[in-house]
Design a binder for this molecule. Structure first.
Ligand SMILES: *Cc1c(COP(=O)(O)O)cnc(C)c1O
Length: 401
């Protein structure tokens, strides 16, 4: 008799991954979340839904995304072979379109009249505005004014795609504040609106649902790697903000004991400063945005203002499944700081001709640090979650190019 895997069939019926996750929301909100959960359980089993989603992932997003062997980078580092899962090649330039299409189709199925969301780097906003344009549903995006200034091209795209943009000035005017603002709007009419969460975070069913939509990344990557190299990679690494691209690639490998899984968090200006967003590394169990997970809190128990050079990673919480996988010891959480991220951004651009998103560059930075310690027989598969067009001007200015 084989023992059941501790990694499968999560979350449980109450939305828990071990002691993390759940639905820490007011009763009226719990009812709405349960309706979303029931609708999702229904459509995920329907062939017409799966067929439409798979069709859009192929012909609209351009899946499957390739795996690219970064030969010049690997040789330069002189250790493990580095492979990139090219989510940067997706329509709209990142992995987020995978779950946005799922969420937009769900909204249509449930007869919702408006899709609301927050965005950090603007990638979720653009991906959602894109999916809503395709499906034909009004879309409202809340975004911190700090991020609006930094991510101008994405702001313009959202407007062109027909989304309503709500600038958020409260708090640090970044991702967490945009979440709060979007949530307030959602609470005005949760029966007719739907909040399309941008990562594997928030109350149940979102962490499990967004993971399911993203898990196509790992399913493809595992099959592609096996087919081409007749073995599994030794390491699979991904950056972790909320944790959706990481869960997307990790899920298919959870039961492959030989594969080490590494989540790379933003160490910002240093783990010894208060300017980072290394939630899994330095946070402690708590609650944020309707879920239990590791959280970075100040001494009063409020979420800490966090910082990363990558807007999409500066979030003081993390997906509940990541919190669970950390406690189980299945995933190792490492970090890369802003400077390492910039170096990785430039190195991948100049050695491979691939400009990564600053978020993804964190995972590349980890590989640059670790690959030389490994042998050439070993392999690191990185989820290259997005492309860096949105960051190019910012980096050029920062480095004086
Ligand atoms: C949003 C974003 C991230 C961070 O989100 P996760 O949910 O942690 O994946 C990472 N990479 C890119 C390119 C992004 O746009």
């Amino acid at each position: 008799m084989s023992t059941p895997s501790p990694y499968d069939n999560l979350p449980d019926a109450q939305g828990f991954f071990g002691k993390f996750g759940g639905q820490f929301v007011p009763p009226e909100m719990k009812q709405v979340m349960d309706e979303i959960s029931a609708a999702y359980q229904e459509i995920r089993q329907r062939k017409d839904f799966q067929d439409e989603l798979n069709y859009l992932l192929a012909d609209y997003v351009g899946r499957p995304s390739p795996i690219f062997y970064a030969r010049r980078l690997s040789e330069k580092l002189g250790g493990a072979r580095i492979y990139l899962k090219r989510e940067d090649l997706n329509h709209t330039g990142a992995h987020k379109i995978n779950h946005c299409l799922g969420e937009a189709l769900l909204a249509k199925f449930m007869g919702k009249t408006k899709v609301i969301a927050e965005t950090g780097a603007g990638q979720h906003g653009v991906a959602l505005a894109t999916a809503c344009a395709l499906v034909g549903i009004p879309c409202e995006i809340h975004m911190g004014t700090v991020d609006i200034a930094k991510e101008h091209p994405n702001v313009t795209k959202m407007k062109i795609l027909g989304a309503t943009l709500v600038p958020v000035t409260r708090g640090t005017a970044t991702l967490k504040d945009a979440v709060d603002s979007a949530f307030d709007e959602y609470l005005k009419d949760p029966q007719n609106f739907i909040y399309a969460i941008g990562s594997v975070v928030g109350p149940h069913p979102f962490p499990g649902m967004v993971r399911d939509f993203q898990s196509v990344v790992g399913r493809e990557a595992r099959a592609q790697f096996m087919e081409r190299y007749k073995k599994l990679p030794d390491y699979v690494a991904a950056c972790v903000g909320g944790g959706s691209n990481a869960m997307g690639i990790f899920t298919a490998f959870l039961n492959d004991e030989s594969v080490k899984l590494v989540g790379v968090e933003p160490a910002g200006e240093g783990l010894d400063t208060d300017r980072h967003a290394a939630t899994m590394t330095l946070g402690k169990p708590g609650q944020i945005h309707g879920m239990a997970c590791y959280v970075l809190e100040d001494s009063e128990g409020n979420p800490m203002p966090v910082h990363s050079i990558a807007s999409g990673l500066d979030y003081p919480g993390s997906g509940p499944q990541h919190s669970h996988l950390k406690d189980l010891g299945r995933v190792e959480y490492a970090s890369a700081n802003d400077n390492e991220c910039l170096d990785a951004f430039m190195m991948l651009s100049r050695v491979e001709g691939i400009i990564p998103a600053l978020e993804s560059a964190h995972a590349v930075a980890w590989a640059i640090r670790e690959a030389p310690k490994l042998s050439q027989e070993q392999s690191i598969l990185i989820n290259l979650s997005g492309r860096g067009d949105k960051d190019a001007d910012y980096v050029a200015e920062k480095l004086g190019l």
